[in-house]
Design a protein around this ligand. Structure first.
Ligand code: ZN
Length: 221
């Protein structure tokens, strides 16, 4: 089976033959089909209600449906979001309409698509997003993206200082924090508390997913 770059299969987890096994939902394990065979032992699988396969929550969500959020994506697809692939990772910030602003070598991009499968960190508590708040957020983000700091020719220059796309998104977050008299958050702290735990979880999911692509199943160690 080819590696699915879009990672849109549902992953199931179940216990059988003394193992914890992960597989894709394509076998319709959740239907009460007693003829289904375990991909590992090849014995027919019968589950009691409590043993029924569960869906493993996918760590990726649609950034365009997540207003006012910090997004972590990868241009080659979600499979490239992992601790080992940080060169491939691209981050951005959504406005209230789900348009993703990100800083690239071409300058600031405003995208209405291509961030359908990414890691989303909401920057605003649910319920705060009133219309006037959204208007203000969108204005601030648009104004911020027009700063000369984010000109295309400065991208490489910024990159040398380890900022680039990350610098843009985090600077915007800190601009809002300053306006609210909150302490600014350092890149290290933001990475450690908000980015790293999500990337770690995603890496685990990607590993399981890739194993299923290659072998049809994955056995938890
Ligand atoms: Zn089995």
């Amino acid at each position: 089976m080819q590696m699915n770059l879009q990672m849109d299969c549902t992953v199931l987890k179940f216990n059988h033959c003394g193992r914890t096994i992960y597989t894709f939902d394509q076998n319709r394990l959740q239907t009460q089909n007693t003829e289904r065979k375990c991909p590992v032992c090849q014995e027919p699988m019968r589950f009691s209600l409590l043993e029924a396969p569960i869906i493993v929550p996918c760590p990726f969500s649609n950034g365009h449906n997540t207003p006012c959020a910090f997004l972590i994506g990868a241009s080659l697809g979600p499979a490239f979001i992992s601790e080992l692939q940080d060169k491939e990772i691209h981050v951005g910030v959504t406005n209230s309409q789900g348009v993703v602003y990100s800083y690239t070598s071409l300058g600031i991009q405003r995208q209405k698509q291509d961030w359908e499968q990414c890691l989303c960190i909401p920057l605003v508590a649910p319920g705060i997003g009133t219309d006037s708040f959204h208007t203000l957020w969108d204005q601030e983000l648009e104004e911020f993206s027009l700063f000369p700091t984010w000109m295309p020719h400065r991208f490489e220059e910024e990159r040398e200082f380890g900022s680039c796309c990350y610098g843009f998104a985090l600077s915007f977050l800190n601009k809002l924090r300053r306006a609210q008299n909150s302490a600014v958050i350092s890149k290290d702290d933001f990475t450690q508390f908000h980015v790293f735990p999500r990337v770690k979880l995603a890496s685990k999911y990607i590993k399981v997913y890739q194993e299923i692509c290659q072998h049809g199943f994955y056995i938890a160690q």
